[in-house]
Design a protein around this ligand. Structure first.
Ligand code: URA
Length: 227
């Protein structure tokens, strides 16, 4: 069991995702807010059984104010569909909520968040976890794994394991979808993509086994039958 957080929604004065988004918009917990256009809060159903955590918003997400709407988001959507998971069923967020970048001429180039920034922003992820109470979290890449597990972790070592967290959530670690964008060799890219889909399917399987999720799916099926 990883004692990352035992905090529940009761430990936060923030009671709703809308209030959380308002508080995040005021965030000055680290200097990254200064150069970003806006905060990019998590997005998805308030009681999503699955939470996906990315690294930080990219250029397009910073402008849109929404997570995973750029090239990495398109690969993520494709992989989710291949794993039988609808993007609309998932709460999608990031370990760091402001776009960290450096200017190269007029271009804004992504810069990896450091341990201090991950730690400062973790407060918001913990709040999202406490409010959404997903059954499973998939950490996409090393920054997300660091934030979700509360310590730096190698992806290769953590991949394929199920990490029970203190708040009853099961966490999985996989690659970040932008890694797939950087692979040049077609066969390598295809193999890595299949591995990514398999990791998402593993998380989906955990959800399928959870009684609360089974109940929710039955209720949705009943409503669909009646409708
Ligand atoms: N990469 C991330 O980690 N998150 C986003 O929202 C977009 C790209």
């Amino acid at each position: 069991m990883i004692a990352t957080t035992g905090q529940t929604a009761r430990d936060f004065s923030i009671k709703t995702l809308a209030a959380l988004r308002g508080a995040e918009a005021q965030c000055t917990r680290c200097p990254l807010f200064r150069a970003a256009t806006q905060v990019v809060p998590g997005e998805g159903p308030a009681r999503a059984p699955l939470m996906l955590v990315g690294e930080q918003p990219g250029d397009q997400e910073d402008l849109a104010g929404k997570p995973f709407v750029g090239p990495a988001g398109r690969i993520l959507d494709r992989a989710l569909a291949a794993a039988g998971i609808g993007r609309a069923e998932v709460f999608v967020t990031n370990a760091v909520k402001h776009f960290k970048h450096e200017m190269r001429g007029k271009r804004r180039l992504h810069k990896r968040p450091n341990a201090y920034e991950i730690e400062r922003c973790r407060w918001w992820l913990v709040a999202e976890r406490a409010l959404v109470r997903p059954s499973a979290i998939v950490a996409l890449g090393a920054t997300a794994a660091h934030s979700v597990l509360g310590r730096a972790t190698g992806i290769g070592k953590a991949r394929g394991q199920a990490f029970p967290l203190a708040d009853g959530i099961v966490a999985f670690v996989t690659i970040h979808p932008s890694y797939l964008l950087r692979i040049q060799d077609r066969a390598d890219k295809e193999r890595e993509y299949r591995g990514f889909v398999a990791d998402l399917q593993r998380a989906r399987q955990v959800l399928a086994d959870r009684p609360a999720v089974r109940r929710m799916r039955r209720a949705v099926a009943d409503v669909e039958r009646v409708g």
